[in-house]
Design a binder for this molecule. Structure first.
Ligand code: ATP
Ligand code: MG
Length: 390
């Protein structure tokens, strides 16, 4: 625990109380309970909400500047339609049309300029040194010179991805940043979908693929077609938005992506939360019914689901039986080893147990394989193999 958590920073509490309109005593209480935490040692020092509270989302980050406190709101949770038809009709009732974007599968990043320095925040509100280096390769500083009051929210996708590695995006060789929302600092209020696209095209910033706007009564049919096509390419799904961004967005994913997630996670079956598995199986049930599948299609879905669950687990058990250690291998690609060292420290702070292999110089960049230890799956599997009862 750093000094500043033991002794709440009075200046910070006073300024935040004004900026967030929360009584000082309440803020001090949050700091003591560590709902609100100081993040020191990173540049720039800041505070983050570890849990959503007082109307602030998890991952909301607070920065002390000369003008007071600047807030980058946490990215809001997106609810899922379990049944596309009735889900869209109910959630967007009264709107003439909805905007449909691809839901890309990587990790959520918010990029903002704080005191003139562009930083990338991951979901929990930490500044990630690797992401910051990579984002700056995609987003020029000119956007933030003109719009210091805006936050770019997007997904980092690609194979050189230390959190969610995927090589399903053939246009991405390494890792790349795709914007899906532009929001205001402090309020977190989003720009409309058209305004977002205009700004991004003006500054030459990539956005997630956009399918366009569909009348409400056609949307479900059209999105079903989109989902089937995305599924064939292993891509995740869609996010459906109010074009004016007044209503919250909702998401829907392909069966292929649900299965890919299961296949990945069951290799580390004891490290992932049970809800991760359960929710994906339930999605398959509702999709099969909504799509009114015949015996053959349903049988195929059952086989797909069963294979996604059992094969990776069997593989893990066999590997462990041969004495192999189960690791989740990811990789990063950096221009400077300093970034890699900072990233190693960053993972340690996040409580992730990982080992960095020796860097390999490839085309002028360092490629580093990171082995994350899934201790719980290793321990549980060994214990069972040596006779422990469940
Ligand atoms: P949560 O449900 O809390 O948002 P999660 O990671 O479990 O978190 P996901 O199922 O991945 O949720 O769906 C939400 C995430 O999808 C967003 O946080 C964002 O990172 C990502 N995303 C990808 N494409 C888009 C898009 N076009 N619009 C909005 N979010 C998108
Ligand atoms: Mg995701």
């Amino acid at each position: 625990m750093s000094k500043s958590q033991e002794v709440p920073d009075e200046e910070f509490v006073r300024l935040s109380s004004i900026a967030l309109r929360i009584p000082e005593s309440r803020l001090s209480g949050m700091l003591k309970r560590r709902v609100l935490q100081n993040v020191s040692g990173f540049f720039p020092d800041h505070y983050r909400f570890d849990k959503g509270t007082a109307g602030f989302e998890t991952g909301t980050a607070l920065f002390k500047t000369d003008e007071g406190i600047e807030t980058v709101r946490g990215f809001p949770k997106i609810q899922r339609a379990m049944i596309l038809g009735v889900g869209i009709a109910t959630h967007f009732e009264g709107l003439p049309e909805v905007a449909v974007e691809e839901k890309m599968n990587g990790y959520n990043v918010r990029v903002a300029s704080i005191k003139g320095t562009v930083i990338a925040l991951t979901r929990g509100g930490l500044v990630c040194p690797y992401t910051t280096e990579k984002v700056l390769e995609n987003v020029g500083k000119d956007f933030f010179i003109d719009h210091p009051d805006l936050v770019l929210c997007g997904e980092m996708v690609g194979p050189d991805n230390p959190y969610v590695p995927k090589d399903i995006y053939h246009e991405v060789d390494s890792i790349s940043f795709f914007i899906f929302d532009i929001r205001h600092k402090n309020s977190g209020k989003p720009l409309g979908v058209d305004e977002k696209h205009e700004l991004c095209s003006h500054y030459n910033i990539k956005t997630v693929p956009y399918f366009g706007k569909y009348p409400l009564d056609e949307a479900s049919r059209r999105i079903t077609g989109i989902i089937r096509e995305l599924g064939k390419k292993s891509r995740e799904g869609v996010v459906i938005k109010d074009p004016e961004m007044k209503l919250p967005a909702i998401k829907y994913t392909s069966s292929k992506s649900n299965n890919n997630d299961l296949e990945y996670a069951f290799g580390f079956y004891n490290d992932y939360g049970k809800d991760f598995f359960f929710s994906r199986v339930v999605r398959e049930g509702f999709q099969a019914v909504e799509w009114d599948e015949d015996e053959e299609a349903l049988h195929e879905r059952c086989c797909r689901l069963g294979e996604s669950i059992l094969k990776p687990m069997v593989n893990t058990i066999k590997k462990r039986r041969q004495g192999e250690r189960i690791t989740e291998d990811v990789q990063i690609r950096v221009h400077s080893l300093d970034t890699a060292n900072k990233f190693e420290e960053h993972l340690r702070r996040m409580g992730i147990d990982a080992q960095f292999d020796e860097p390999k110089l490839v085309d002028g960049q360092y490629l580093i394989v990171i082995r994350k230890f899934n201790q719980s799956t290793n321990d549980r599997t060994s214990a069972i193999l040596s006779g422990q009862l469940w």
